[in-house]
Design a binder for this molecule. Sequence first.
Ligand code: PMP
Length: 404
Amino acid sequence: MSDVSGAAATWAALNRARETGGYPFFRRITGQPAPGEVLVEGMRAINAASGDYLSLAADPRVREAAAAAARDLGASCSGSPVLIGTWSVHAQLAEELADFLHRSAVLLATTGFQANLALACLFSEDRAVIADRHIHASLVDALRLGAAKNRRFRHNTPRHLARLLEEASGQGLSPVVLTEGAFSLGGELAVLPEIADLAGRHGGMLIVDGAHDIGILGPSGRGAGEHLGCEQDIDVLSGTFSKAFGAGGGFIAGSTELIEHCRAFGQATIYSASMPPPTAAAALTALRIIRDEPEQRAVLARLADRLHDGLAELGYARPHWASPIVTLPAGDADQCLHTWRAMLEAGVFTAPFMPPAVPPGQSLLRLSVTAAHSEAHIDHILEVVGQLLSATDTTCVAADPIPC
Ligand code: PMP
């Protein structure tokens, strides 16, 4: 069988890496020796694989809120939000988040993945969901669960979206446009003003997953829509508390009517126990910090800028915003795994992406900056990238190549 997606080659490369101790997945984190650092099975490294962008997971106020809720309320509510799982802390979180996001209502979910799955109840058979090709796996699964006709537009390409919107109108289907705000793999921003304009002109609903931008983008932290000046054109926001909020859980935010519909028909939130109280309390405290302390975002932006400045000197393209996510080309799966390991040995823990998640030969290493990093961390990352990767040649130049 041909290996068009590259999955078989990746599998083989992973098996080779397993034999030589370079398998990258499910590695145990055995400690956090300093802010922004982890022990990966005893190996000390800068943690460049975390989505805790504002370093709130470690914030003493967030920790204390979780600890107090665990003491006062227990570790779980052991039931669905519909029956026994809506406690005061959940109601408070939903209310304050709706207020923060300038939305009428919020539905909480146990994870961001589940929040997106619950969106499937909006994808009825009279609708066409037109989604960016690079949307997250949770949104892809929501498309599969829904009854709508599904179409995918070329990544961030309004012209293609316009064509598919015309087609949907021609078929008498009501369009729903689905995208991320800042994309999870590359950190690039969706061209939301153009996308919103097109959706609006076709009477479509616009849903934006803000997992990687709510809390960190926009003057108030309301995400890519606020940053790009089009948040009023976004009908539905989904997001997670596991990244900028440093907690766990997810949400959908929108009009009261829409949220009532998701409450009634969003299976992923109806048939699953709600966020554990310590997690909800942590998310609530993090939300208040995000709302009241914009300087956290400024710290992150400064560090991200420092990384982008250094990468630009190494020949990498500069993004249009201080994205905390950076992805670097890393060749084929073997090369990617070699470089991943060499970077870990040089003290930088990153996330590898290989086929079929990316096209064959175009593996990537993703680095993320967080407010826990120091300037010295960023400079060390740059030094290691400069030694092990090349902006123009995607061939791995690992100093100490691992035989395969
Ligand atoms: N949406 C996007 C864009 C994501 O990147 C992720 C997590 N990687 C999720 C949703 C799911 O969030 P969670 O980890 O809270 O389930």
